[in-house]
Write a protein that binds this ligand. Sequence first.
Ligand code: BTN
Length: 253
Amino acid sequence: MFSIKRLQAGLNTKFLGREVKYLEKTFSTNVDAWECFQTQKSEGTLIIADQQTKGRGRRQSKWYSTEGKSLTFSFILLPEIALEKLGILPLLTGVSIVKGIHNISNVLSGLKWPNDIMISRKKMGGILIESRTVKKGLNVVVGIGLNINESKDDIHDTLQDQATSLYIESGEELNRELILASILNEFENLYLNYWHDIISLWQKYCIHENDDITFYSNKKPHQGTFRGITETGHAMIQINGKTETFPAGMVTL
Ligand code: BTN
């Protein structure tokens, strides 16, 4: 069972994870996190579940996780930023996950645009950020799902070729509380101090810069070369010698 006490002992944050709601089982921590805005919870409130039965992924996909082995959590933010800066938040989150995992496990994961966490070209984690504009600014839910201690048998049948876990890659069982604390520490530091450095940090961890890629736009496959990301977090893809930019919702790699 996940220990909130162990998590909080590892935290050095000011606001993130200071208020925690632990659920043994829930449908989706992102859905639970949205309720926090109704109940006036403070910024940084964290919802963590040991078992998520209707986990949501990007683009209406399902997110599969394993009871007691995965990390499935969400937290709420009230960022005082212009709407166009919101595209940086998934990148900031990805960087904090890579750094947070590396601090604890020595495993250096990588990033696939816009927000997949990858090891050995397989996905070990994903990020689902949802936002609403309200009178006072922005309400944001950051949802993160990470495969930590799953063995190969725990990975969903349909994802055997595409997904992995930290345990599968490192052969070591890892302490989920320490990993989560380390990610939250990294996140808060970047969020409070380093918005300007996110693009270059993200590119440092990107696993496909300058790779020839197939990407899907309007459900059709296209060929191009990934040339990095713009100041607002859009992908720059070179197609027939011309570089075009795409926001995250418009293309999948
Ligand atoms: C993706 O498709 O890559 C994003 C997956 C995000 C999954 C996490 S698990 C915790 C939070 N609650 C959800 O229902 N989804 C996110």
